[in-house]
Write a protein that binds this ligand. Sequence first.
Ligand code: GAR
Length: 199
Amino acid sequence: MKRLGILISGRGSNFEAIADSIAAGELEASIAVVVGNRPEARGLETARQRGFNAVCIPSKGLDREVYDRMLLAELRQHGVELVCLAGFMRLLSATFIREYPNRILNIHPSLLPAFPGLDAQRQALEHGVKITGCTVHFVDEYLDAGPIIIQTPVPVMDGDTVETLSARILREEHRIYSEAIRIVLGGDYRIEGRRVVLG
Ligand code: GAR
């Protein structure tokens, strides 16, 4: 059973969706540890309540390399084999990424490369796109940039607010993150340049 390390900064609903898929027998993996970089991250409390190892390593004021070494030590201690960023709002250093080559995933609430960075749903609304969505991709040193594993489109409705659009996207996030993890753990894919080719 592959050991996942889940990194969060806030609510943790994607973490919960992954935990639910595992509990339902839809994803063969175990969550070795949930790490949050903000003490107030609600997902850490949820993780503890659900009986997972939940660790807070506050990142405030720390140099990126220093922080990432602390993070790596925690993940290694729990034998983590695949790192899943689930609303983790920090860039990872090259040092960190080298330790987990093609073993770090991220979920982002837009159809990348559109609307990277913060507030992707607001960016989509303000740009006036009719379709946005969400993306699970491998993480490299750049922001929201690595090879794409799965994307799903989500329509933007005329009456949408950031909240209604985010909620519609989030439902799809919860579905595709587990699917992407299943693909990566299953190993039935290859990375050709920027393309992730399945089967
Ligand atoms: C999700 O919408 C995720 O896609 C987004 O943060 C939210 C976290 O929600 N991530 C990013 O914007 C990363 N650039 P959650 O804490 O409930 O999973």
